[in-house]
Design a protein around this ligand. Structure first.
Ligand code: PLP
Length: 480
């Protein structure tokens, strides 16, 4: 494909994408294919000679689309949203064209510099404490995912705890001795990525019980810390969640934070989904307490119109991360020492070495939408969630499981779990809408998330009519 053909085919591709998104509601939201379906549709080896564009293009509908779960379908209500916008897609095209790997400032200065400015813009939108902004010890960095951010934070906390402990106990010669005693905490509602970060970082993770609102509280944490310290363990890290995956609950960081500060423990705040809502002043109170955190992360790629991947992470003191991951090679020394003082080398702030020019899509989205339109999208989706909640509440067969704060409604049919499991199975087999389950302790429920930006009131009413119809079917089958 040369430049002339790229111009032509690229435009065809853009038309295809716009058609796909504009007419997505005509597709089945959840595919019917069986595992292994794709093997049967394409050869088992790469072609020896290049093929024609038209042949490839036809195969998008034949091979790919039958196996796609349409996350931007107005009837997609599973998991959490995956943000999608034309400005972000345009920025990604530019990112691919530039194709730089921004591991050092010198490897492509605009890549680092735009990221620093965009992370400051975002920090100001969320009204994050000054210490998280660039210019001092702190600053922001774009990670690929919230899981990576948690892992990076845990590794930095591990490094800090070993350093601090050895400083206070100079008789200890070997850092490994300290590492074996490290312990970290999260709630029993935390995302599985926290447990995984512990496994990868070799730090024992203790899942603490949340209260009856699924919030991790200060007294629970303090008790666990006291117990572990009395056994000779070294508490080093707490991952608090704002907007848990199962029910969008909020850990009490106003209580957890001061305890972490007093105990010298690194608090990381994971607001993967809910974080975007903090750009609305009326939801910012949910972030109070973040001033106690050493690091904070949320995913603009979930709810802020920036396509995957873009996870925004801030550190109060980046030196811990830089020290934990700092390795150098001769080919990286192109810029001189002055650059280091004023601009970060983001390779020290992340797990991979190479990094995409992801700040472009933040820049495009923030400039082309503007803050007000982004706030409107969040407010609209939360209002739609409340509309759905109202429909659930009106039907005496159902109950709401957790307070609806953001765009997620957790509900179930009253009574045992089994009919609810059957109901969800039927909903997804039926294919008109797509939902996933949640479980808190032994209670099984169904999660309804407002995901696509094209979802409207009529889609909420439609989704509820499908659920109510299938629930009637389950109830009458159970009576037989
Ligand atoms: N943390 C929370 C609270 C989440 O809800 C999720 C995903 O939904 C994650 C972490 C993982 O996000 P990512 O896929 O960006 O790692």
């Amino acid at each position: 494909m040369d430049g002339a053909e790229f111009r032509r085919r690229g435009k065809e591709m853009i038309d295809y994408v716009a058609d796909y998104l504009e007419n997505i509601q005509e597709r089945r939201v959840f595919p019917t294919v069986e595992p292994g379906y794709l093997h049967q549709l394409i050869p088992d080896h790469a072609p020896e000679e290049g093929e024609k564009w038209d042949d490839l293009f036809k195969d998008i509908e034949r091979v790919i689309m039958p196996g796609v779960t349409h996350w931007n379908h107005p009837q997609f209500h599973a998991y959490f949203p995956s943000a999608n916008s034309y400005p972000a897609m345009c920025a990604d095209i530019l990112c691919d064209a530039i194709g730089c790997l921004g591991f050092t400032w010198a490897s492509s200065p605009a890549c680092t510099e735009l990221e620093v400015v965009m992370m400051d813009w975002l920090a100001k939108l969320l009204n994050l404490p000054e210490q998280f902004l660039s210019g001092g010890k702190g600053g922001g960095v774009i990670q690929g995912t919230a899981s990576e951010a948690t892992f990076v934070a845990l590794l930095a906390a591990r490094q800090k705890a070993i350093q601090d402990y050895r400083h206070n106990h100079p008789e200890i010669k070997n850092g490994e001795e300290v590492a074996d005693k490290l312990v970290a905490y999260c709630s029993d509602n935390s995302h599985v990525s926290v447990e995984r970060a512990g496994l990868l970082g070799r730090v024992k993770i203790v899942q603490l019980p949340a209260d009856d609102k699924q919030s991790l509280r200060g007294d629970t944490l303090q008790e666990a810390i006291n117990k572990d310290k009395s056994m000779g363990l070294i508490p080093c890290f707490v991952c608090a969640t704002l907007g848990t995956t199962s029910s969008c609950a909020f850990d009490n960081i106003k209580e957890l934070g001061p305890i972490c500060e007093k105990e010298g423990i690194w608090m990381h705040v994971d607001a993967a989904y809910a974080g975007s809502a903090f750009i609305c002043p009326e939801y910012r109170y949910l972030l109070d307490g973040v001033e106690h955190a050493m690091s904070f992360d949320f995913n603009p790629h979930k709810w802020l119109m920036v396509n995957f991947d873009c996870s925004a992470m801030w550190l109060k003191d980046s030196s811990y991360v830089v020290d934990a991951f700092n390795v150098d090679a001769a080919f990286l020394k192109t810029g001189g020492n002055d650059i280091k003082k004023t601009m970060p080398d983001f390779r020290h702030w992340q797990i991979p070495f190479g990094r995409r020019f992801r700040s472009l899509k933040l820049w495009f989205v923030l400039r082309l939408y503007g803050v007000r339109a982004l706030q409107d999208i969040i407010r609209k989706q939360i209002a739609l969630a409340h509309e759905f909640e109202g429909l659930v509440v009106k039907d005496g067969r159902f109950e709401i499981v957790a307070e609806v704060i953001m765009g997620l409604v957790c509900f179930r049919m009253k009574g045992p779990n089994e009919p609810n499991e059957k109901l969800l199975e039927l909903i997804n087999k039926n294919g008109r809408i797509h939902l996933v389950p949640g479980k808190i302790k032994s209670t099984y429920f169904i999660r309804f998330a407002v995901c696509a930006k094209s979802t409207e009131s009529k889609d909420i009413a439609y989704a509820w009519s499908v659920i109510a119809e299938l629930a009637t079917r389950i109830i009458s089958e159970n009576k037989r």
